[in-house]
Design a protein around this ligand. Structure first.
Ligand code: ZN
Length: 212
């Protein structure tokens, strides 16, 4: 048996995509199998820079996720559904728990912990969050019906998301945001987050499509 055949056999046994090529998805599945319950180490992967083609439209997922997925741009929806499905194939239950927010909703969140009571939940006022443009969503890890705001599974899901071509908030250098995923438009591939947001605001003001 040659090496690709061996990898294919292992992938088949793990229930991941069988392509004879051990990428982050396979390694995450192997890791979870061999080290159950241990926190997954960050996986360095080249696949975050490689643009994968958009996944097919995708079958609908659970109702709570679908409600939030409906607030995303049509281009992003298949990615969100593919992530929920892919996580389930790897034995991890996730739901999309947050999607798009209007500037007003974002300003209300920003006011929390500043001019309104409660803890600070965001550093972005209206127009300064990727959630204001339909390109970003947050997931929650569930065990049974219970939501886990902290779990090593967020890192495993991060790897799966990058594999799909999504940008993962857990990779950010400043504020890491493991539940966060976004689909970067191709025109923004070399832009800083700040410059991308400026262009997104301009496009919104001008009524121009985000992914055009
Ligand atoms: Zn987010």
């Amino acid at each position: 048996m040659n090496l690709p055949d061996m990898i294919r056999a292992v992938q088949k046994a793990l229930g991941v995509d069988v392509d004879g090529n051990a990428g982050p998805q396979t390694w995450t599945a192997i890791y979870n199998k061999i080290c159950p319950g241990a926190p997954a180490p960050p996986v360095t992967t080249t696949s975050s820079t490689k643009k994968t083609p958009p996944p097919p439209t995708g079958d609908k997922v659970d109702d709570r996720s679908e409600k939030n997925i409906a607030t995303l741009l049509p281009e992003v929806r298949p990615y969100a559904r593919a992530l929920v499905t892919k996580a389930a194939q790897n034995g991890i239950t996730i739901k999309v728990i947050s999607g798009t927010r209007t500037y007003t909703e974002q300003n209300d969140l920003y006011a929390q912990g500043r001019t309104k009571p409660g803890p600070k939940v965001t550093n972005a006022p209206g127009g300064y969050s990727n959630h204001n443009f339909g390109i970003a969503f947050d997931i929650g890890v569930f065990e049974g019906s219970s939501y886990k705001d902290e779990s090593p599974k967020y890192k495993a899901v991060g790897v799966l998301g990058m594999d799909l071509g999504l940008e993962w908030g857990g990779n950010w250098k400043t504020i890491q945001d493991e539940p966060h995923f976004q689909l970067r438009p191709s025109w923004a591939s070399d832009l800083s987050e700040k410059d991308m947001l400026a262009e997104l605001r301009d496009r919104k003001d001008e009524g121009k499509a985000v992914y055009a």
